[in-house]
Design a protein around this ligand. Structure first.
Ligand code: PMP
Length: 425
């Protein structure tokens, strides 16, 4: 196949007419498909159903009676150990919460805003707060910082993580910079994992603001697609401790995409100082989280192997979906030079990079033919992708046959919009 850039106007126009006919035929199918959000499908969720039977009315609570009552604000020991194993840290660093890590992140930001961390001035009393936002990133992170009125500064990323020269410059020279959002392993949406060097540079930051924090959202820490090809991000807590910056990081994770989204368990790992500080506020906020769900998870994943085996079963469902999308991209688009895409080893997303100024139109064309994608721009602060080229593909939720149709339509829309762009120039 010839690259579109190598075709003359006549060739492009002829091809455009053919593709329009194919597009109309797809539209006539009245599809109603969704590749917008990274949700597990029901067959993945079913893998966790037996967990619901681990704690039932016959369970022997003899040593764990307190788990059925108020209290134990920082979580039961078994659940702390479970998350410590997951995050490769030790259980004294862990607070186990309720069902959502996003809620913890929101709470941490609001604690900084209303009361300040470790005795520092609450952010609400300061004129300006800035947050660094590696891009493309997770739209809900950006929504939180926008909600609090913080200025968001996009930081470009490559396959090793954020541009650390820029991060160092902002963090070390500007005391209004109070935080950075990071998804360090199988990043949402680019799928990259931060290199050890990047983690070390984070740990050795010398922030101008005493209350600067790294919001390290390790949402995909055990979400490998391949048993034999895995990325593991270095332990940031330990790296910060070793670098003499123990209080600089809040690390988050949850079992939302291990067991049940919305009915899993979430945790934060941080220094002992930060933990004490957070618990002081939490003791006003809550008398304790859902410890029966914590126990259910700890019982079901009673050792590291049981979690590994479970995640391998999850991968067995996800892998064919990722591979099918990537195969279609390779077959249909590789020679045309009208886009690039990631081939992640884990996580929930594929990032597609279209020609400049094409992403919004591609998403719109897909929508008109019945396939919903994440809004173009959503992976950037304020929804603004300066090149209008990044599209987040979430292959997990639709069944394989629907995903195939949706991907074929997507590819068709990429071709159509790219030709229209080239004809304009
Ligand atoms: N962080 C990231 C990077 C995510 O992709 C998601 C889910 N899409 C979440 C957090 C949400 O996690 P939770 O369900 O624990 O709130």
């Amino acid at each position: 196949m010839k690259a579109y850039q190598d075709m003359n106007q006549e060739e492009l126009k002829t091809l455009h007419q053919e593709l329009l006919k194919q597009y109309q035929a797809m539209k006539d199918l009245h599809l109603q498909l969704n590749m917008a959000r990274g949700k597990p499908d029901f067959s993945q969720i079913q893998l966790s159903m037996p967990m619901l039977d681990t704690i039932n009315s016959h369970y022997d609570f003899s040593n764990q009676k307190d788990y059925c009552n108020y209290g134990i604000l920082d979580g039961i020991n078994e659940a702390k150990q479970f998350f410590a194993n997951m995050l490769m840290t030790t259980s004294e660093h862990i607070i186990v919460y309720g069902n959502s890590s996003l809620t913890i992140m929101f709470d941490q930001i609001s604690r900084g805003y209303t009361h300040g961390y470790l005795g520092n001035t609450p952010w609400c009393r300061l004129d300006k707060i800035k947050f660094l936002c590696p891009v493309p990133g997770y739209d809900r992170h950006f929504a939180i910082t926008e909600h609090f009125g913080f200025e968001m500064i996009p930081i470009p990323m490559d396959e090793n993580g954020p541009d650390m020269d820029l991060v160092e410059k902002y963090v070390q020279e500007d005391e209004t910079v109070k935080g950075i959002w990071c998804v360090p392993q199988y990043s949402n949406p680019s799928g990259i994992t931060y290199s050890d060097k990047v983690v070390d540079r984070f740990a050795h930051l010398k922030p101008a603001a005493k209350d600067f924090r790294i919001f390290w959202d390790n949402a995909y820490v055990v979400h490998h697609l391949y048993a034999d090809k895995q990325s593991h991000v270095k332990d940031i807590l330990k790296a910060c401790e070793d670098a003499g910056n123990p209080d600089m990081v809040f690390e988050f994770c949850s079992t939302s995409k291990v067991t049940f989204p919305g009915a899993g368990v979430a945790a934060m790992a941080t220094s002992l100082n930060n933990k004490k500080d957070s618990l002081k506020h939490m003791s006003i906020q809550s008398i304790g989280h859902d410890k029966l769900n914590q126990l259910r998870h700890a019982q079901y994943f009673h050792n590291v192997e049981s979690l590994t085996q479970h995640m391998e079963k999850q991968a067995d469902v996800l892998k064919p979906k990722f591979e099918m999308v990537i195969d279609i991209f390779n077959r249909e688009l590789a020679d045309l030079k009208i886009g690039k895409w990631t081939k992640p080893l884990g996580g929930y997303f594929i990032t597609f990079e279209a020609l400049e100024d094409c992403a919004k139109n591609i998403v719109q064309k897909c929508k008109e033919a019945g396939v919903i994608l994440t809004n173009a721009g959503a992976t950037f602060p304020y929804g603004h992708d300066p090149h209008d080229s990044i599209i987040r593909i979430a292959p997990s939720y639709p069944p394989l046959d629907e995903l195939k149709q949706a991907t074929e339509l997507f590819v068709l829309c990429v071709k159509l919009v790219s030709i229209e762009k080239l004809l304009e120039n």
